[in-house]
Ligand binder design. Structure first.
Ligand code: UDP
Ligand code: MG
Length: 139
């Protein structure tokens, strides 16, 4: 299945550091349309569910703890080639490797506190969007 949507979160570090507005501006300036948006906070339980795919990885516990440490902004975004173009816009997982001008290059603190999430496939974008938004909250 191919769609033109992706899912993102502005992570607790970027919210705490006052980057919500700048990040949304970068996202919309790059041509993404916001389909759904929510300011909320994950618990350890919901963060654990969201990142269940990484449960076996050594950083999982720290990731769940970090992602439930403060509020986040969840969004469903729409654009042609959304998954790939959004991964390009945010840059590499480790901000030290993220290309100049990318969101992680500009706003991330470290490999764990890396400012934003971006879905890695159409299938996961659907699953992740459904995790945060009911059918009535999307259009
Ligand atoms: N992460 C981490 N340490 C690592 C790799 C990943 O803390 O060595 C965190 C980081 O916040 C990353 C998330 O786990 O964004 C999910 O990892 P993934 O490999 O899916 O990276 P992404 O798709 O976010 O670039
Ligand atoms: Mg990923």
């Amino acid at each position: 299945m191919t769609t033109n949507r992706t899912f993102t979160m502005i992570k607790p570090d970027a919210v705490a550091n006052g980057h919500i507005g700048a990040i949304i501006n970068d996202i919309t300036a790059a041509g993404f349309k916001i389909v759904a948006m929510k300011y909320t906070k994950l618990t350890e339980e919901t963060a654990g569910q969201f990142y269940a795919v990484h449960a076996a990885r050594p950083f999982y516990k720290d990731l769940v703890s970090f992602m439930s440490s403060g509020p986040i902004v969840a969004m469903i975004l729409e654009k042609d080639n959304a998954i790939e173009d959004f991964r390009t816009l945010i840059g590499a997982t480790n901000p030290a490797d993220a290309a100049e001008g990318t969101i992680r290059n500009k706003y991330a603190v470290s490999i764990d506190a890396n400012a934003v999430h971006g879905s890695d496939s159409d299938e996961n974008a659907q699953i992740e969007g459904d995790f945060f938004f009911t059918a009535a909250e999307r259009f």
